[in-house]
Design a protein around this ligand. Structure first.
Ligand SMILES: *Cc1c(COP(=O)(O)O)cnc(C)c1O
Length: 379
């Protein structure tokens, strides 16, 4: 695990704190989630509902709410009894799924750049990572490149859409091509859909598990932290066919055993919020996205418009920088702002080199102040 010792988020957040820089590096909102969800957690704590270990695979009412949610948003029929498992955030659900479904020595395909946790859990499983770059310039998934990179040992495709760090959302045609690739090569899929409710304009999120022939081979991951802006509560889940979820449950119960008793009650309430919550959540984030992206474009950076997530991507070459790493090294000292070079989340710095990731899930005045500081630096 030595190569996973440091995380770019930890380093950059520490630097931001030390320099009192504005941290647009790490992706967490600077406001809390819906008050009615918080009240359920408060009541659960007050009444002692979650004081002791909840059931190993998750509170039955939360499993029911996850099942209702998958049907309501995606038309997926998920059996709350044996097709759902609750975890300590999407992070633990992903770790448990990789450890459950991958044998030592197998190859796991990810699209590059990728969320840094993937590299670590693939290593924990004793497996090998095959990172396939997104198409240069457009940052779209490239099924031809995925086919070319496939090995005889590839068992699993670890997908993420809406995609961190680029902010792209895979469209129907791309998902169909990826699904065909998975079926043709008999791959299992872990679909990290932590940002399922964070998509903008008409870039509606489509779960790959809803495509023909994909339910039986896919474990889908959700995050209460991301969907309800409570990233500190760490409640996530996995859904999928009973045989795969049975395996994920075995591993997961030996990781954290159970977690977040009171928060599981609250997340069940969150998942049952009316559509207006989800619509307003997206609209609010889309406004923050526009605020930051318009400002970055005014500064002369090429912005790849985010279709989802908390993150905007810019190409820093038009502003006169060779690489995002060089830009992000100077940024905290010169401007008092922190952002993340995508090459830090990549095995292919030749492809990701020019790109920088900016988190826009921040208060308007924070984004404005960051833009003022950037303008002072870049002129
Ligand atoms: C934040 C994030 C996660 C982890 O979610 P938690 O619920 O906080 O554990 C997983 N995948 C991606 C892509 C993320 O950005």
């Amino acid at each position: 695990m030595r190569s996973h010792e440091r995380t770019i988020f930890g380093e950059m957040s520490a630097l931001a704190a030390r320099l009192e820089a504005i941290n647009l590096g790490q992706g967490f909102p600077d406001t809390g989630g819906p008050p009615q969800v918080r009240q359920v957690a408060e009541r659960a704590i007050r009444e002692g509902l979650g004081d002791q270990y909840p059931p190993a695979h998750g509170l039955p009412d939360l499993r029911a709410a996850i099942s209702e949610h998958q049907d309501r948003f995606y038309g997926l029929q998920v059996d709350a009894a044996d097709a759902v498992v609750v975890a300590t955030g999407a992070s633990e659900a992903i770790a448990a799924a990789v450890l459950a479904l991958v044998e030592p020595g197998a190859d796991v395909m990810v699209l590059d750049p990728y969320f840094d946790l993937y590299g670590a859990v693939i290593s924990l499983a004793g497996a090998r990572r095959i990172a396939v770059p997104l198409v240069a310039d457009t940052l779209r998934p490239d099924v031809a490149a995925m086919s070319a990179a496939l090995t005889a040992n590839t068992r699993l495709l670890l997908l993420n859409s809406p995609h961190n760090p680029t902010g792209i959302v895979f469209n129907q045609a791309e998902l169909s091509d990826i699904a065909e690739f998975a079926r043709a090569n008999d791959l299992l899929v872990i679909a990290d859909e932590a940002y399922e409710h964070l998509w903008f304009d008409n870039n509606r999120h489509i779960p790959i598990a809803s495509l023909p022939g994909m339910w039986d081979r896919t474990v889908t991951i959700g995050s209460g932290g991301k969907s309800f802006s409570f990233t500190g509560w760490k409640v996530g889940w996995a859904t999928g066919p009973a045989e795969l979820i049975a395996a994920v449950r075995v591993v997961r119960q030996h990781l954290s055993y159970v977690s977040g008793g009171p928060f599981q009650y609250a997340m069940a309430a969150g998942l049952r919020l009316p559509d207006v919550y989800f619509d307003q959540f997206r609209e609010g984030l889309a406004q923050q996205r526009d605020r930051l992206c318009d400002g970055l474009a005014d500064l002369g950076l090429r912005v790849i418009a985010p279709q989802g997530t908390y993150f905007a991507t810019t190409d820093v070459r038009p502003a006169g920088f060779a690489t995002g790493a060089e830009f992000c090294q100077q940024l905290p000292y010169e401007a008092g702002v922190v952002a993340i070079p995508q090459s830090a989340l990549s095995d292919h710095p030749e492809a990701t080199g020019p790109y920088v990731r900016w988190a826009f899930c921040k208060q308007p005045e924070v984004l404005d102040e960051a833009l003022v500081r950037l303008r002072r630096w870049l002129g």
